[in-house]
Design a protein around this ligand. Structure first.
Ligand code: C2E
Ligand code: MG
Ligand code: MG
Ligand code: MG
Length: 288
């Protein structure tokens, strides 16, 4: 970006400056190309979802999944969401793509049910632009109704910054979505700042503790204290707690001591294509 170019100009002399300017143009050109390709990706059917299970600690069973967006780029292969979600948001493409995600989850749930499987709720990540959409609840109701899926099988994940940007508006739209029967949770909890006064006014079902607090359990006493406190807070507000990013059994032992309800992370499973989830639900071992 421009700052980097300036830095190069002052500190690295002319060659570095040229290098940075070239890199800057390349990035801008690359981004533009990605934007053009993203505009076509939806109609070309290049988006797909992977699903990461959540494990109920007390029961030892899969309690649900989280749908995670992937872009199957013709040359680059599977592109992770952090490389393109920002562009979808900046261009407004997140609205049609976000609706596609909800529809695709519904289609998948119906397909699993048609196969005779006992399905579990699937969580969908919403972006700020979707929450600001005037008729989000109407759009969701239409998509879910058309698919003939029980709304109780859907959950929406929201971040603290999305909720706190305009808390009064968030209370209103979330109350309407909750009335449809859809569950609501706060993603990456602890990384933003939430007003506790509002937290109890949002019609929430769960908090997901961000993986940065889970990563250094049980060794880091600060992270242990934060995790314990968040679980207490959540339980006192009658919310379930999901710990994100669980990668080893020591973390699980610690989280069990704090009475954490559910865990999600590579230790249980990486995000899987839909057919991998079917195997999990059919009773194959959750931990491979
Ligand atoms: P998130 O919702 O917090 O999802 C968790 C991310 O952490 C996922 O990355 C997941 O693969 C990764 N993860 C899960 N377990 C572990 C673990 O044990 N260790 C580590 N290091 N990572 C783990 P992913 O799939 O790349 O998604 C990144 C972010 O992109 C998501 O964060 C979410 O904010 C966003 N995203 C994904 N799909 C969608 C979507 O359909 N719509 C919107 N608006 N955002 C999405
Ligand atoms: Mg999430
Ligand atoms: Mg998260
Ligand atoms: Mg995240």
């Amino acid at each position: 970006n421009a700052d980097t170019a300036m830095y190069g100009a002052k500190n690295g002399g002319r060659n570095n400056y040229q290098f940075f300017v070239a890199a800057m143009h390349e990035n801008a050109a690359q981004r533009l190309q990605t934007e053009v390709q993203l505009r076509q990706a939806l109609e070309r059917g290049e988006f797909l979802l992977h699903y990461q299970p959540k494990l109920n600690l007390a029961a030892g069973t899969i309690s649900g999944f989280e749908a995670l967006l992937r872009w199957n780029h013709p040359q680059r292969g599977l592109v992770p969401p952090l490389e393109f979600i920002g562009i979808l948001e900046d261009t407004g493409l997140i609205l049609p793509v976000g609706e596609w995600v909800i529809g695709e989850v519904c289609r998948q749930l119906a397909a699993w049910q048609a196969q005779g499987m006992t399905v579990r709720p699937v969580a969908i990540n919403l972006s700020a632009r979707q929450l600001q959409q005037a008729d989000l609840d109407g759009a969701v109701e239409r998509i879910v109704g058309r698919a003939g899926v029980d709304p109780a099988l859907l959950e929406f994940e929201l971040t603290e910054s999305m909720l706190m940007a305009n808390p009064e508006a968030a209370v209103e739209i979330l109350t309407r979505i909750k009335a449809l029967g859809i569950r609501l949770s706060v993603d990456d909890f602890g990384t933003g700042y939430s007003s506790l006064a509002y937290l109890k006014r949002f019609p929430l079902d769960a908090l997901k503790i961000d993986r940065t607090f889970v990563r250094d359990l049980p060794d880091d006493p600060d992270d242990a204290a934060i995790t314990k406190a968040v679980i207490r807070l959540a339980h006192s507000l009658s919310l379930k707690v999901v710990a994100e990013g669980v990668e080893n059994v020591e973390q699980i032992r610690e989280l069990e001591q704090y009475a954490c309800d559910e865990i999600q992370g590579y230790y249980v499973s990486r995000p899987l294509p839909a057919h991998g989830c079917a195997a999990l639900l059919a009773g194959a071992p959750a931990m491979a």
